[in-house]
Ligand binder design. Structure first.
Ligand code: PRP
Ligand code: ZN
Length: 289
């Protein structure tokens, strides 16, 4: 696939990261259609093509220059140590790489698996981890459907990704230990590409960061007595300072600011203690610093 300056972005075709990846790209202002098992989508408003692949193949595609950007789980990168640039952790697609065994077996920890067989698509990470634990096992390398290996008697346990935990439950497996934590990450090429491409990648990165920053904040508006302004400024400092507007009713102000999502309820309770009322909150769609 030779390129004419069009950027190719690789995302997971169907799986844990698909929905989050598509949502991110839409929030970054890319306009495109996709449905069911499409393998490709062309953006209407930017020189960008999306390609839908197995997540495990995405690092190689980016490394080899077939795709310019990709969204993958950090687990895949840690396993393969591909030559790609880790551009931005994306704060979704959280999961863990865990060792799990059949519920009915009496294994209590990984040390009980010494000498047993573990099926996995992550042999390197598993090997490194078990070495630290001083446990030696036989790894059975599988590319997919790892969870059915114990039922097929191909392995005694598995080492695979766990997100919601429903795959394990369906297959009557339970976690014994966790090898590492993972999340989705935006990757790009290490080697230099054309200026035209670099410019688009740079723009996309600013947008992706803007989307991510926005998710951390809420926009908050409320009314308060003017005497409460000083403590309120401390509660909702915003970027520089909150916006303060006098109300038609003398002695009252309206305050507009940003609040970190994780502090939200705490801050709202304190605003109320200061006399703040009629608190309106809305999501922040984009936030470019
Ligand atoms: C991983 C893993 C399980 C699933 C676990 O697959 O192999 O199938 O996610 O998620 P759960 O705990 O929510 O059930 P992935 O999306 O990486 O697809 P792949 O196995 O086809 O690479
Ligand atoms: Zn996978």
């Amino acid at each position: 696939m030779e390129s004419n300056g069009t950027i190719r972005i690789a995302i997971q075709k169907s799986g844990r990261l698909s929905e989050g990846s598509l949502a991110l790209l839409h929030q970054m202002g890319l306009e495109f259609e996709t449905y069911q098992d499409r393998l490709f989508a062309r953006c209407r408003n930017m020189p960008i093509d999306l390609i839908f692949l197995r997540d495990d193949d995405i690092p190689e595609y980016v490394q080899d220059g077939v795709a310019d950007l990709g969204v993958v789980g950090s687990n895949v990168l840690d396993e393969r140590r591909s030559e790609v640039a880790r551009l931005l952790p994306l704060d979704f697609g959280y999961c863990s790489l865990s060792i799990a065994a059949p519920e009915r077996e009496a294994y209590r920890s990984v040390s009980d698996l010494d000498g047993k067989r573990i099926a996995t698509s992550y042999p390197q990470m598993l090997r490194r981890y078990l070495k630290q634990q001083g446990v030696s096992v036989k790894t059975v390398l599988l590319k997919g459907c790892v969870e059915i290996a114990p039922a097929l008697k191909v392995a005694d346990a598995i080492c695979d990704l766990v997100a919601t935990g429903s795959t394990l439950r369906t297959n009557r497996l339970r976690v014994l230990d966790t090898v590492s934590q993972c999340q989705a990450i935006l990757i790009g090429q290490k080697r230099p590409t054309s200026k035209k491409k670099r410019d688009i990648v740079e723009r996309l990165l600013i947008r992706a960061k803007g989307v991510q920053e926005a998710r951390k904040f809420k926009y908050i508006m409320f009314n308060a007595p003017i005497e409460a302004l000083e403590p309120i400024k401390k509660l909702v400092p915003g970027c520089k300072s909150p916006t303060v507007i006098p109300l038609a009713e003398p002695g009252f102000i309206a305050v507009h600011s940003m609040v970190l999502e994780e502090m939200f309820w705490e801050v709202v309770e304190k605003i109320r203690e200061c006399g703040g009322r009629d608190i309106l909150v809305s999501p922040v769609e984009k936030f470019i610093r």
